[in-house]
Design a protein around this ligand. Structure first.
Ligand code: ATP
Ligand code: MG
Length: 272
């Protein structure tokens, strides 16, 4: 008995002396063993989420918290009903559209009630598949060209309430496809078919493409991402006017600095 209580006392003393373990969040790569939808197998790579998916990999981080705040502001605005179809755009490339669209979609899906369809409608420079680590085999592009129906393109992710529609192969005529009647019908059908589902769309930058303003007509709300301190105020104002002030849900000033120079090559290649 004496020995046991000595051992217990010793253990307690050691425990007291040892430093408390701090909770440090280290982003982990999530490996998905089983795709939830069989056909999605052909899209699967190793499925290691990008480090940029902070809403999954660092749910306690300040950035992930900010996405929850934004989600709340969108869903519970007392002055208007929650928008079902939301597009995320920016004035110029590289301001953080994909980062915002994917993390916001995850944040919605990890909330209590919201199912989300995240659509990569940036047919010129798609990247949602990279964030979630899928092969960009088929997607919106094939649907808009009349080759595939939406149900056979949807990818159910490991995040329970999150479904993806990738962009598919970049077409030669993105303006025509994204400005087409079929695109409007797709948004309408996606909204009507699933009452409890939100659609979040990553779309091309508005100043350099004609299609973005057309898509703006079909959605209920627009989130404008601005690279903080880089995009001139007058230009932001112009973008807001072009897109339609009444649909702007809010402007996200992204503090992540990136030089426009890095995008020079990109401008030339994608926005001739
Ligand atoms: N707040 C942020 N924190 C960390 N990284 C960020 C943040 N915002 C953007 N990035 C990174 O900056 C780069 C550009 O962002 P992103 O791809 O989201 O921009 P984009 O507007 O979608 O660009 P594009 O016009 O090329 O589609 C990416 O590597 C992205 O992960
Ligand atoms: Mg992008």
């Amino acid at each position: 008995m004496g020995k046991i209580s000595n051992a217990i006392d010793k253990y307690k003393a050691e425990k007291k002396a040892s430093k408390p373990v701090e909770h440090v969040f280290m982003p982990q790569r999530i490996k998905v063993e089983e795709p939830e939808v069989v056909f999605a197998k052909e899209y699967l790579k190793e499925q290691r989420y990008s480090d940029k998916l902070v809403a999954v990999l660092a749910p306690d981080s300040v950035t992930a918290e900010m996405f929850k705040v934004i989600r709340g502001a969108i869903l519970y605005d007392k002055d208007r009903p929650a928008p079902k179809a939301i597009m995320v755009t920016s004035t110029f490339p590289g301001e953080g559209k994909t980062f915002v669209a994917s993390n916001l979609a995850v944040s919605f899906a990890m909330g209590l009630n919201e199912n989300v369809l995240l659509v990569d409608a940036d047919l010129r420079r798609p990247s949602i598949h990279e964030i979630f680590d899928y092969v960009n085999k088929y997607g919106l592009s094939e649907h808009l060209q009349g080759e595939k129906n939406i149900p056979e393109l949807l990818i159910k992710t490991k995040i329970k309430k999150l479904t993806l529609l990738l962009s598919g192969k970049p077409p030669s005529n993105p303006v025509e496809l994204l400005s087409s009647k079929r695109m409007g019908e797709f948004i309408k059908e996606a909204k009507d078919r699933y009452q409890d589902r939100f659609i979040i769309m990553d779309v091309p930058p508005s100043q350099l493409t004609a299609e973005t303003n057309v898509i703006a007509n079909h959605v209920d709300g627009i989130i404008l991402v601005v690279m903080n301190g880089k995009t001139p105020r007058a230009v932001i104002q112009q973008t807001v006017e072009n897109l339609g002030k009444e649909k702007i849900l809010g402007i996200i000033f992204n503090g992540f600095a990136q030089s426009y120079k890095a995008y020079n090559k990109y401008y030339r290649k994608y926005y001739k």
